[in-house]
Design a protein around this ligand. Structure first.
Ligand SMILES: [Zn+2]
Length: 228
């Protein structure tokens, strides 16, 4: 279990999803797509490329290793944020509770204090921020209402399709300039939802490459309101 040891050393915790990436059975790209809720990535297991025998043996070794090392188990759900709220992500194809629990379990060193463990668990539980894009190309329509998305308008990508902010239920949001951590944290305390313009998120590069969108740039001190 050198791979598990390496992840634990590097990240301070290790779970099956991280282990399988370390073993290169699972690509970080597929994990990102799954975390975003892409249609082809509703579950993660089909993207783990390894035969069943090797897979079973790795699971056994991993559990034995964690027990032998006396590591502490932290159970943290995988979740995704979309405009409707928080959605739990399923890893296995079967959805079997035992299997899901296996995937949700991360291991941390046993000597971690209660406070430190809590912080690790919170970090693991946190769903990635929503990101809104500013459109740079001229053509394109909202996938849902077909409204034209003009150059410079804001859009949200859901499952690989552009949505206008009304259809994405994001038109009530106030956009925050990137890099202002205090402001973002304060806003998050007051609202369950926030969109972060400047965060680098999976897909942003692909979008830029496709000429569809670029990340929203800071437009002025304190951010700006989206009209509508
Ligand atoms: Zn729309």
């Amino acid at each position: 279990m050198r791979a598990a040891e390496a992840v634990l050393e590097r990240e301070g915790n290790v779970g099956p999803v991280e282990l399988f990436q370390e073993l290169r059975w699972l690509s970080p790209f597929d994990v990102k797509c799954w975390r975003k809720g892409d249609d082809e990535h509703r579950t993660l297991e089909p993207w783990i490329h390894v035969g069943p025998a090797k897979f079973q043996s790795a699971i056994r070794c991993f559990n034995d290793w964690a027990q032998g090392r006396g590591l502490r188990a932290l159970e943290t759900p995988y979740q995704r944020q979309d405009p409707q709220g928080i959605e739990a992500l399923q890893v296995s194809e079967s959805g079997d509770p035992q299997r899901e629990k296996f995937y949700r379990t991360h291991y941390v060193p046993a000597d971690l204090s209660a406070g430190q463990s809590k912080r690790v668990a919170e970090k693991l539980r946190k769903a990635p921020d929503l990101v809104v894009f500013e459109k740079v190309s001229e053509e394109g329509n909202c996938h849902e209402c077909q409204a034209e998305l003009g150059q410079g308008s804001y859009l949200f990508m859901e499952k690989g399709q552009p949505l206008c902010l009304t259809c994405a239920d994001l038109d009530h949001l106030v956009f925050l300039p990137s890099g202002d951590g205090t402001l973002s944290r304060r806003a998050r305390k007051q609202s369950a939802l926030s969109a972060v313009g400047g965060a680098v998120q999976p897909g942003a590069e692909a979008l830029r490459a496709a000429g569809i969108a670029r990340k929203r740039r800071r437009t002025g001190p304190g951010g700006s309101r989206v009209p509508g």
